[in-house]
Design a protein around this ligand. Structure first.
Ligand code: SAH
Length: 345
């Protein structure tokens, strides 16, 4: 099994066959509640600790770890057991600590402006590989408490629905993270949004919109050809009605592409009926896309126009840009990054 967190309680009981029955409970609580590695579970006999450390090795092997923003942002590049590489980003804010996790190695959605999309799809991550990213962040965040998890790293979470949902159940039920502090971000896979609406755990949903007319969105977010805006809006409305949660819309502002006054009007028409909150972020540069992010004055003007159109919008601060940890920049398979990884720039 790739990760200790891929084991069920029953798997642990099998692994601990011959030990007293309470051991499985102890190890489970160590992994999830105290977020310990087996070798740190001092309530276990030393020999058992050693054998468990061997039987439950970490799935994530650190290739590099880089920090930015005066230590408030950390990005890890991990090698998984099969050599696949993924990234995780930990961010401290005054009022919360958030980890941004990957759900796939690479991504098949092919959004042009996204570094992960440019690299193509490698494989799905297992539930344990996703949970272990959070566990690692919990440990690294100490003494601060990790409060939020956003599924906004590499990959499209709703294209890996079952495994991502299994991870969410573990994070919520076993690690005690509240559903209100878990946010799934999607390009807009309508069947996935509909499945999410039927779940009993109301997590936050963010939709990466970036364009609110089908012609432009077909180009920026190709999956729009399959699930055009009208269908997406209907699925979002159902999610809001079913979950009672507020929807977020992500909008990466691209200079001269989706930051004009007409774009704000189209966005407002999409967002207002859904009562959605809009997160604006100037596009971060990526190697495979020639267009740049909107300059600050255009970002502000766009926000002000949304305000005037009665749409709630926040300009999001970019984190980790100088370590390529910013939104859309995660691309662990790019050879140049592997060479540079860990040496700073
Ligand atoms: N596949 C999911 C989650 C991963 S991307 C999704 O698309 O929502 C997380 C967010 O970063 C998305 O909103 C995505 O559109 C955005 N993003 C991608 N490339 C970006 C870039 N170059 N600059 C800013 N945001 C970007």
């Amino acid at each position: 099994m790739p990760s200790a967190y891929d084991h069920t309680r029953q798997d642990l009981a099998v692994l601990l066959d011959g030990e007293p029955p309470f051991r499985a409970r102890q190890v489970w609580a160590g992994l999830h509640e105290r977020v310990q590695r087996p070798e740190e579970m001092t309530e276990l006999p030393a020999a058992l600790r050693r054998s468990l450390a061997h039987a439950l090795p970490p799935a994530l092997h650190e290739v590099s770890r880089r920090t930015a923003d005066a230590g408030r942002t950390t990005k890890w590049l991990w090698a998984l057991a099969d050599g696949t590489r993924v990234e995780t980003v930990l961010m401290h804010y005054p009022d919360r600590t958030t980890v941004c996790v990957s759900t796939q190695a690479g991504c098949a959605m092919a959004c042009q402006f996204c570094a992960t999309g440019q690299s193509g799809f490698e494989r799905h991550l297992t539930p344990g590989e996703i949970v272990e990213q959070v566990a690692t962040a919990v440990r690294a965040a100490r003494p601060r408490r990790l409060s939020n998890v956003v599924f906004m790293g590499m990959g499209e979470p709703l294209a890996n629905y079952d495994r991502v949902w299994a991870a969410i159940v573990r994070l919520n039920g076993d690690m005690g993270l509240s559903a209100r502090h878990l946010t799934l971000s999607t390009v807009g896979l309508v069947p996935g949004i509909r499945r999410l609406a039927a779940e009993t755990l109301p997590v936050n949903l963010a939709v990466s919109l970036h364009a609110a007319n089908d012609t432009l969105r077909d180009e920026l977010v190709p999956i729009n050809r399959r699930y055009p805006l009208a269908e997406l809006a209907a699925a979002c409305a159902d999610y809001v009605a079913a979950s009672g949660r507020r929807l977020s819309i992500e909008w990466a502002l691209i200079d001269g592409v989706n930051d004009r006054s007409g774009d704000a009007e189209e966005l407002a028409s999409f967002a207002r009926p859904l009562g959605a909150h809009v997160n604006l972020i100037p596009l971060n540069p990526t190697p495979g896309y020639a267009v740049i992010g909107s300059p600050p004055e255009k970002v502000r003007r766009f926000r002000d126009q949304l305000d005037a159109l009665h749409v709630n919008a926040t300009i999001r601060a970019t984190r980790g840009a100088e370590i390529d940890a910013a939104c859309g920049q995660l691309a662990a398979s790019t050879p140049v990054r592997l060479v540079r990884g860990g040496h700073g720039r």
